[in-house]
Design a binder for this molecule. Structure first.
Ligand code: GLC
Length: 608
């Protein structure tokens, strides 16, 4: 081989580099590039000898619990060096679910989950806040050595019983479209004249983004995760596909196929939607990645008849397969299918070309290893301040005073005695929700941040007597008066199907806790949840004020900034708040609170 082949020359046009490299690759190396494996099964020999194209940290997946970004860099660079030792030295793409900041890395900034950001949309028409969050997230992802995040989720959630409702920005397609500005934050803004559908990554502080889950994941019948979206093609296109056009116009590098089905046909085997619509009609020139073990789910029982599943998915247009564990079987089956002519080599070449295009665009051949100069960006103050701003703007004020002429908020920070109560007052894991530190999230001090209680303690005056009782008892009220109480309750963390829920009552006996406090003291309730929950009329009647704070993430002080009046409420509901849970999936004519509802506290307060 000449010692400076075209594909290694950064001055050669990308399409020439792709063509040159492809012409040098064996079938085995091509199939290797199509393969994404989990870091837990990644060995030096597999990466080097099989020319594996990508590795991921599924749902958490750090080197070990509370691993910091330098631990991640060491791990990822080890994998990358193995890839660079392969015959052609094709660098790896390392993927992670950085879906609300680089949430898997200990100490990273954890931003509000998407439903909270959706609440900012109506007061941020150009979605500049979300773009800035993308910029910060990309920096914190690169600071841990990864270059690929499986975000944004552009699901349009049509049923609040769906376990991934909080990963959706809204039930309203236009709000979701607005929030796709995350792509240009993550990848950078393509220049004028950038070719339509062509992937774009600005530089070493940007990452490869992934619009997911194509298409209609948020529209499944009864909100059943990985279920069936029943819709005409026009409805599918108008409601669920529109955000993908915005992502493609911003040069999104990858699209992840959905586990779900459309009118009974699994998306991962849908040639019409993936190839004819996404690639041909919409002109998408990046690569389509499968979801994790999605090929195994094409058959029943799970993983049976795997060779047939590989055939269906690759021929439908899947380019990279997130296997991610049984990769030897995948390699063997795909090799057989190509060598036996069941999958044309042209399909394999198309997939590999798309993968190489993204790798060249991302500059991986020039800069395959991590940039350790970015390490101090992880959890840095400017990012935490940005997250605090996002929390402020995400809060939706649903009730402010039993008498409209006497607003309850903002609270008096110098009140004589305040009671803070509830399961979510002092629990960082609860306020971050799923996809934080681990796939499902967890309770407690799972990362670095400020709980709501800590923020309240910081905000109140020196003379204020602050009493914290997670579960107040009769004794709490026996011999002390309170100016007011702040009760913080809500959902525990969950992800995906574990979050499917057809009752939607406030967990941990939250309603009873609210009632027991509100019976005795004027009460503000702050709800920490991934979606609207049941609010009985008698409960609403009892409380003095109610704020939906969604899943705010690591910066709990964004909440106190607003409830004590330093900033005004701006958030507007990104989803309809039902009266009864049976309406959760319907366009009810008489909801409890309409899409777009949100009060202000009628006080000066800052507005930004
Ligand atoms: C999960 C999710 C997907 C995620 C992927 C990798 O099952 O469906 O959103 O990006 O696997 O963790």
């Amino acid at each position: 081989m000449n010692n400076n082949p075209i594909y290694k020359n950064p001055n050669s046009p990308i399409e020439s580099r792709i063509k040159d490299l492809l012409s040098r690759m064996t079938l085995s190396e091509k199939i290797g590039q199509i393969t994404q494996i989990d870091r837990r099964v990644a060995t030096r020999s597999a990466i080097r000898d099989l020319s594996v194209g990508s590795i991921l940290s599924a749902g958490g997946g750090g080197p070990y619990e509370k691993a910091t970004s330098s631990d991640w860099i060491d791990m990822i660079d080890r994998f990358q060096n193995a890839a660079l030792e392969s015959r052609l030295g094709i660098p790896l793409l390392y993927g992670t679910d950085a879906v609300h900041g680089n949430n898997n890395v200990y100490g990273a900034t954890v931003f509000p989950h998407n439903i909270g950001l959706g609440a900012t949309s109506l007061c941020d028409r150009d979605a500049e806040l979300v773009r800035r969050i993308g910029v910060a997230t990309a920096l914190e992802v690169r600071a841990c050595g990864a270059q690929f995040t499986f975000a944004p989720c552009v699901a349009v959630c049509k049923d609040l019983r769906w376990g991934r409702c909080y990963e959706s920005y809204s039930e309203d397609t236009e709000i979701v479209r607005n929030m796709t500005s995350l792509v240009k934050g993550l990848q950078g803004q393509p220049p004028q004249g950038h070719p339509k559908g062509y992937p774009f990554v600005a530089g070493r502080e940007n990452v490869v983004a992934c619009a997911k889950h194509f298409v209609g994941d948020g529209g499944t019948d009864k909100g059943i995760n990985e279920g069936n979206t029943i819709a005409s093609y026009d409805e599918l296109e108008r409601i669920h596909m529109a955000p993908y056009l915005d992502c493609i116009s911003q040069g999104v590098c990858t699209v992840m196929a959905s586990y779900s089905s459309w009118n009974g046909r699994k998306l991962h085997s849908d040639h019409f939607l993936i190839t004819q619509v996404l690639k041909e009609k919409l002109g998408f020139k990046g690569f389509v990645i499968s979801d994790s073990q999605a090929l195994d789910r094409l058959s029943y029982p799970f993983g049976s008849n795997y060779r047939k599943c590989v055939l269906l998915a690759i021929n439908a247009g899947i380019d990279m397969v997130m296997v991610p564990f049984r990769y030897e079987l995948f390699l063997e089956d795909l090799t057989y299918l190509v060598e036996s002519g069941k999958i044309p080599i042209a399909r394999i070449d198309d997939a590999v070309e798309r993968i190489l295009r993204v790798k060249f665009v991302a500059g991986l051949f020039e800069y395959p290893l991590a940039d350790r100069s970015l390490l101090d960006r992880v959890g840095c103050k400017p990012h935490r301040d940005l997250a605090r701003e996002a929390v402020r703007k995400s809060l939706v004020l649903l009730k402010n005073g039993k008498d409209p002429k006497k607003p309850f908020l903002p609270l008096n920070r110098n009140a004589e005695r305040i009671l803070v109560a509830g399961t979510h007052a002092d629990n960082l894991g609860y306020q971050c929700g799923g996809w934080t530190a681990t796939w499902m999230g967890a309770s407690g001090r799972i990362t670095i941040g400020t709980t709501i209680l800590e923020a309240i303690m910081e905000a109140v005056g020196e003379t204020t007597d602050l009493i914290y009782e997670q579960h107040p008892s009769q004794d709490t009220f026996a011999n002390q008066d309170f100016s007011f109480a702040i009760v913080i309750v809500g959902e525990g963390p969950y992800a995906e199907t574990m979050g499917d829920n057809s009752e939607l009552v406030i967990p941990f006996n939250g309603a009873e806790l609210i009632s027991s406090v509100a019976d005795k003291v004027p009460t503000l309730v702050i709800l920490i949840s991934g979606r609207p929950l049941v609010l009985e009329p008698w409960l609403l009647e009892k409380v003095d004020a109610l704020v939906a704070a969604w899943l705010p993430g690591s910066e709990g002080d964004g909440i106190t900034d607003v409830i004590f009046g330093d900033y005004e409420f701006q958030g507007k509901l990104p989803v309809t708040w039902f009266k009864r849970v049976e309406e959760a999936g319907k366009n009810s004519s008489e909801p409890l609170f309409r899409l777009g509802f949100g009060l202000t506290s009628n006080r000066e307060g800052h507005l930004n």
